[in-house]
Design a protein around this ligand. Structure first.
Ligand code: NAP
Ligand code: ZN
Ligand code: ZN
Length: 347
């Protein structure tokens, strides 16, 4: 066992604190990663605050992990010492079910093993990336292209793949009109990736305060959802809407913005159910869908796509001592556009 420094939540209401956690001894296919940066995803906040169900406290969260390979098991072939690598939201799956065989490990029929708060193969609870080191099976470790700086690579491992996957699946590209609801961590990546794919992108944000940023990220239009005229002006407009909002929103209003055969994909994961009025679907044969992160091969494809197209998140790098403050700012939608923890501050 390796004892490493980490930040952990001890209850739903107390601030996160510095602590130590154990990492398992390296198995033959394991990689020891010295973590450099870890992104703060809103899912970390939903989780530690108990909004998604029971939490095995104390818990270290973080599933946007980037670092350097520090040690490899005897049978590791995909990664070498010193490689720049990343880990996202999953660290294992059954590898045998139809979905795993199809490279869709995020939909593993036996349930994928989450990077934190999941039961690992050895029966222990997985602990995430707000820590100095992590041990992960090589099959769930991604290569981070040289063109992407470490701190910018971290948010790609969740915010990047979670938006890339539905954009690719529902064919965002030239001639397609895509709207992104909420321009936080996921939302700003959705704008950049959809624009890089060639789609015509509109941002639907609560206010116009981030309009200049949205247009600079590649959107061609930006509307405030606090303005009722927005929903009249954009009725029957979009082929695809990616909803990244962390709270429930008025589905009737957003579904009305889809044109014939359009799809609204919710990647936002509020604790409360979303109310989907079926008559809003009937009107123009619309679809309502969900999407969960992305598979390992697709995550590698996304990293390579971002390197090739010069797509990178906007990050605000913070020290470990500022994590609680960063959580409060995320909750106030005061994030520009992803907080990333400099893990050197934990050593
Ligand atoms: P975030 O940075 O907090 O962004 C969410 C954005 O939603 C905010 O910046 C804000 O954008 C908007 N928003 C927040 N509260 C709102 C409200 N009450 N009404 C309307 N708009 C509101 O969060 P994130 O890290 O991008 O994560 C977003 C959601 O996706 C979370 O629920 C998270 O758990 C989920 N998630 C899902 C997956 C998946 O695989 N499906 C993966 C990762 C995360 P504006 O200021 O522009 O309005
Ligand atoms: Zn996440
Ligand atoms: Zn499986």
């Amino acid at each position: 066992m390796l004892t490493v420094n980490a930040i952990a939540a001890t209850s739903a209401t107390d601030p996160l604190v510095r602590t130590t956690i154990e990492r398992r001894d390296l198995g033959p296919r394991d990689v020891l990663i010295e973590i450099r940066y870890a992104g703060i995803c809103h899912s970390d906040i939903h989780t530690v605050r108990g909004e998604w169900g029971e939490v095995p406290y104390p818990l270290t969260v973080g599933h946007e992990i980037v670092g350097v390979v520090a040690e490899i098991g005897a049978e590791v072939t995909r990664h070498a010492l010193g490689d720049r690598v990343g880990v996202g939201c999953m660290v294992n799956s059954c590898r045998d079910c139809d979905n795993c065989q199809a490279g869709l490990e995020q939909y593993c029929l036996a349930g994928n093993v989450g990077t934190y708060s999941s039961i690992d193969r050895d029966g222990t609870v997985t602990q995430g990336g707000y820590s100095t080191h992590v041990v992960v099976d090589e099959a769930f470790v991604l290569r981070v292209p040289e063109a992407i700086p470490y701190e910018a690579a971290a948010p790609l491992l969740c915010a990047g793949i979670t938006t890339y996957s539905p954009l690719a699946h529902w064919n965002a590209g030239p001639g397609r009109k895509v709207a992104v609801v909420g321009m936080g961590g996921l939302g700003h990546m959705a704008v950049k990736i959809a624009a890089a794919m060639g789609a015509e992108v509109t941002v639907l944000s609560q206010t116009l305060s981030k309009k200049d940023d949205g247009l600079a990220f590649g959107a061609s239009a930006y509307y405030a959802t606090s303005d009722e005229d927005t929903f009249k002006a954009l009725r029957n407009s979009f082929d695809l809407i990616i909803n990244t909002v962390s709270a429930p929103v008025d589905m009737r209003a957003y579904l009305g913005l889809l044109r014939l055969d359009g799809t609204l994909v919710s990647v936002g994961a509020p604790p409360e159910p979303l109310q989907v009025p079926v008559f809003a679907l009937f009107g123009q044969r619309r679809s309502f869908a969900g999407s969960n992160i992305g598979g390992i091969a697709e995550t590698q494809e996304m990293l390579d796509f971002c390197a090739e197209h010069g797509v990178a998140p906007e990050v605000e790098v913070i020290g470990a001592e500022s994590v609680n403050e960063a959580y409060e700012r995320v909750l106030k939608s005061d994030v520009r556009y992803r907080f990333v923890i400099d893990i050197d501050s934990l050593r």
